[in-house]
Design a protein around this ligand. Sequence first.
Ligand code: BGC
Length: 811
Amino acid sequence: MKYGYFDDRNREYVITNPRTPWPWINYLGNEDFFSLISNTAGGYSFYKDAKFRRLTRYRYNNVPMDCGGKYFYIKDNDTIWSPGWKPCKTELDQYECRHGMNYTILKGVKEEVTAEVLYFVPLKTWAEIQKLTLTNNSSHPKQLKLFSFVEWCLWNAASDMENFQRNFSTGEVEIEGSVIYHKTEYKERRDHYSYYSVNTPVQGFDTDRETFFGLYNGFEEPQVVSEGMPRFSEAHGWSPIASHYLEVELQPGESKDFIFVLGYVENHAEEKWESKNIINKDKAKETIARFDTSVKVDTALAELRQYWDNLLGVFTVDSGDDKLDRMVNIWNQYQCMITFCFSRSASYFESGIGRGMGFRDSNQDLIGFVHQIPERARERIIDIASTQFPDGGCYHQYQPLTKRGNNEVGGGFNDDPLWLILGTTCYIKETADFGILDELVPFDNNPAIARSLFHHLTVSFDHVVNNLGPHGLPLIGRADWNDCLNLNCFSNDPNESFQTTENKTEGSKAESVMIAGLFVVYGREYVALCRKIGKSQEADRAQTQIDLMVESIKNNGWDGEWFIRAYDFYGAKVGSKENEEAKIFIESQGWCTMAGIGQQEGQCIKALDSVKQLLDCEHGIVLNHPAFTKYYVEYGEISTYPAGYKENAGIFCHNNPWIVIGETEAGNGNRAWDYYRKICPSYLESISDLHKTEPYVYAQMIAGKDAFRPGEAKNSWLTGTASWNFYAVTQYILGIRPDYDGLIIDPCIPQDWKSFKVSRQFRGATYQVTVDNPHGRMKGVKKIVVDGKTVLSNLIPLFMDGKSHDVMVVL
Ligand code: BGC
């Protein structure tokens, strides 16, 4: 069953039934100020950091689902309703939610009144705009009462949910005209406040939550709204809110716009106050004035649209398959921007409190984003590298507000350093900005021990070389990419974190074949980079280590039909036919086949065939097989999940594209495409009831074949799946791949594709690529003609002339 449809022309997903199987959300903002918004107006806002600078409250894991948001209540005589259906849940005559590129429009129609709310964060603005349009479609005048509502969070989203003995006494607000200011803790250590305004005089307000709702009422029935009268309450402690009250008279056919601004301000210490206890409101007023008419708001929205036109203009495909085109041209790229902004911190599955930005995650998120805004990718690379240690190890996460490594989580994830090579080389291939390698980048955020970014890459490479185990394979440390394979944890204490506890370390023999494959792939990238910048001795040194690793994998990482996954603490095989459960894992098959290990010996093909045979199912490729059915203390968290979920034989979508790429390396376009399509959300729209999460974005996990409900997805939005799938489909299936000296064209497609077109802006020129496949091939470029001239290699040269160039390719 479907709950809406794609409107590709407007780049929107249009939800027509508010009762989606799970809240289907969108993100507003793309730089500093952000909001999450669901299809029924749930969600919250924050400045940069969802933990430390939370503006509004949200209730997690609540009944009913998705409580707390940016709500409007309309009282039309005795009928009380909300434009987004919730929170009132009054049946609407018509409902529509349009999620677009960083904006959402909710529309409700009730008793001949239409209420449409446009929500967005204008570019370079620390505020969310809500433009509410009320229209009277009836033939008689309407007297409506309108109440707005947001609930302030006391800034730190974690202590806001915990420290009630303090919180209930600290809340402070100021009200001036139509603006409600939230200034809790401003008089002491904070230099920021937030505000909520409307561009017209109000007839009343409320700022104390209990007064507004009545202590025992829910969001759906505020006492003040039922009574149709505001109480002009001023919050002192307890829970401050902001609600405007407006009396609206509409003649037949008349429309009125109301512009609400929910904003954030920072003031310098000397400029904090206007007078004693009265905050300096200048910056808030400036922002409010920038958006005080509909024309100004519409202009800001047009700028936002233009911004997305530009971003999405860099890579477009015309394949003739709408489902593919809308993912590649719109939604997958959009999701890449969102994951770039948030890593794994704030979604409807990530509370924004638990996790900062991941070292490995952020590097991988880069690869789907770097073509959009390379300058931001550059800054991110430097930020990430700054949390590395001099020996190449690194903090596993850092906080976006402080950009410092997160001590509570620590380090010791031995795959982490290698991803910096991926992020950096992808960035340079896109931009040719080799200068980034000379940037001085601190270790452990300490400028006194800064070295060049290139040096950071060297220590990243060497961190593996310096931490090898008995089989010549990389020691795994706390875990590798699979956070839940905790081979040194040995936990029997439910209060311990699997990921940060190592109860056994001395004498560990736990090695990772996945890191080994990863090392070969990104070690080679490191070598290529060294050669490119004339460091041939370093390249030779590195190559020797890579060759040794390839041998170690062939000798100690091969199980006969597939690559084993790891060696455990004691040196026993993990992911081998010798094991009772989890005989085969996806990760090592992905990385070793991408690395082409044992290509001549037929190991790659065998490994890929084993994936097809043992891991593939109707909904995608599961992580391991058979699923663990009991807890293995020597494996850790992976064996705690019920069979078929998450890292225990779930379809962990992030790693499916590794196999897709492995298949394209092997030339099997049919299979690569089949795998791509299985987890691609636009192809799953018609099974939304089962799939549950948004049909426009990837989910981290789809329940696997051993699960209770195979095919059910969880953890949508913030997942490395977004960047990896974009990377896999554009660079390996469509095969348009940036390289240091040009654009490589090397598609690997299903046999029955006749042709497709790609437009790619790259280093100051636009490449209009047409690929024809008259002989039903899967891979292998036979002929390339650029601007009418045949070229002999599939590396298309750089033009850098601001012009458009025709590239005709025949397979
Ligand atoms: C984490 C990743 C990790 C993956 C697999 C995700 O939730 O953010 O860092 O690689 O899970 O365990």
